[in-house]
Design a binder for this molecule. Sequence first.
Ligand SMILES: Nc1ncnc2c1ncn2[C@@H]1O[C@H](COP(=O)(O)OP(=O)(O)OP(=O)(O)O)[C@@H](O)[C@H]1O
Ligand SMILES: [Mg+2]
Length: 276
Amino acid sequence: MAVRGVHIKIENLNHRYSAKGPVTFDRVNVEAGPGEALVVIGRSGCGKSTLLHILAGLLNPTSGTVHLDGTRVKGPSPRWVMMFQAPHLFPWMKVSQNVGIGLRFARWPEKKIRERVAEALSLVELEEHANDNVQDLSGGQQQRVALARSLVMEPELLLLDEPFSALDAFTRASLQKDVRSIAKRLGFNLMMVTHDIDEAVLMADRALVMAGAPGKIVHDLKIDLKDPREREDPEVQATRSRLMQIFHEAANSPSGGAERVVGHESVLETNPAVNL
Ligand SMILES: Nc1ncnc2c1ncn2[C@@H]1O[C@H](COP(=O)(O)OP(=O)(O)OP(=O)(O)O)[C@@H](O)[C@H]1O
Ligand SMILES: [Mg+2]
């Protein structure tokens, strides 16, 4: 598969769902280089999913723009695809049919579809399940099918909205590793929303912290760690503490800024798998 990344430019993005409703977020500006993996974290309701929907072209912002390699995002495209928390597969179709659905809609020839689907299934390590019914797969395997279905489109940008939150810890850990390593191998950009600080540290090149009402990006932490990242690695642990501290500062400040730290160490000690 020949995939590459894209230059993302989000400028002065502002959104409200209705003219009289509250402003969801305001003045969001983000720039990212080709192949960068961005993770967005922030309290529930601060506008993370809204931001992803706008990037996917599924929602028009009230004002501001998103450009991908200079092209303004105005609607959905196979170049930027979204993966949701639930895999939304067609239960009556086999794994390979689910994975090839986008290519079938695009009227690709059968032979090319078969080749591309086989390639995508091998990337997500599901070759042996190509002819299984999707209902017979585990939750993690179904999420891998959804990932393969996104990958066949050779996206330049993969948008993920809490894609692993319904999975058990082991399945989640293996998908976190695989998604990052596939993205790095193929070169596409990732933009992922998560509530899981560990996940952010294990998967991101940069962690964007959103806070406040209306929401803003209050911190942009570069995560410069070598791959593959292991949870127990002291550097990973140190970055995790730093991100947790930033998150709490942002969440506890009325302005969404960073002025105060609230006992993050104790949170870490009592619940190492804390979900925010
Ligand atoms: N379709 C909609 N119509 C009106 N308001 C909406 C709609 N979708 C979301 N909102 C509101 O916009 C705000 C941001 O919602 P959003 O779903 O983007 O938050 P989030 O950060 O993804 O939250 P969570 O972490 O719980 O998923 C919330 O106050 C929500 O109630
Ligand atoms: Mg959300």
